[in-house]
Design a binder for this molecule. Structure first.
Ligand SMILES: Cc1cc2nc3c(=O)[nH]c(=O)nc-3n(C[C@H](O)[C@H](O)[C@H](O)COP(=O)(O)O)c2cc1C
Length: 210
């Protein structure tokens, strides 16, 4: 019974973009989470079916009602960890722009295909951008996204999952990509921690005053 009451209370007090009883809803702010995440063999967590960053993106959607734009590439499918680190290093060194496909889902997991993606972004005032740290910043495929869509004018909350580098250089990289966006201080969490520490994500989101 106490657990049910606590859950109900938590649901009422959570801040969010689309959730009921919150400031963001009253100001019509709509949130989107843009992210890349690599499932498969990875450092510290073994062979994972769902990538660490995707788990954080799902927490954000659950907590705020944010829709999701997943940056999907099949370039790294099935790769073992060490060759992947070598390929990623090569891509970073050459400042490559690997191709991606968008996978867009509403906050309740329903896939949607907007006819005009540029107009699709117009709906959102607040955009969370997240990815793993690969060699000190986001994977190069996220820079392909940055080159493709203009998020100037948005409020952006960058986040990372990592295994020691924290935010790396992502905040300045996002500011460089979108100089006219309001890029807020970022949030980072260890990849091996995401499955057991949802509370850390929740604390961050609650502190944002969305
Ligand atoms: C290619 C590659 C490079 C990485 N480079 C770093 C790094 O420079 N610093 C760091 O802290 N973690 C690094 N990691 C660990 C990932 O950031 C971490 O495991 C992250 O949680 C993975 O998220 P994902 O499962 O969403 O892809 C690297 C992992 C890979 C696969």
């Amino acid at each position: 019974m106490r657990k049910i009451l606590f859950t109900l209370l938590a649901a009422l007090t959570i801040t969010g973009c689309n959730a009921q009883n919150n400031k963001a809803q009253m100001t019509n702010n709509k949130c989107l989470v843009v992210f890349f995440s690599h499932a498969g063999e990875n450092y510290s967590v073994g062979n994972i079916k769902v990538g660490n960053t995707k788990i954080v993106a799902d927490y954000i959607s659950e907590l705020t009602g944010a829709d999701q734009f997943e940056i999907v590439t099949h370039k790294y499918d099935g790769m073992a960890y060490t060759p992947l680190t070598e390929l990623a290093q090569e891509e970073a060194r050459n400042d490559e722009r690997p191709a991606f496909e968008p996978q867009i889902n509403t906050s309740n997991g329903e896939a949607i295909k907007p006819s005009n993606i540029k107009e699709f972004f117009d709906q959102y005032d607040i955009i969370f951008i997240g990815g793993p740290i690969w060699w000190g910043t986001y994977p190069q495929v996220m820079f392909t996204f940055f080159d493709t869509y203009d998020l100037n004018g948005k409020t952006i909350y960058p986040f990372t999952t990592h295994e020691g580098s924290g935010l790396g250089s992502v905040v300045s990289d996002v500011r460089k990509a979108f100089p006219k966006a309001d890029v807020k201080p970022g949030f980072s969490i260890y990849g091996h921690e995401v499955r057991t520490n949802k509370a850390k994500v929740e604390k961050w989101i609650k502190g944002l005053n969305l």
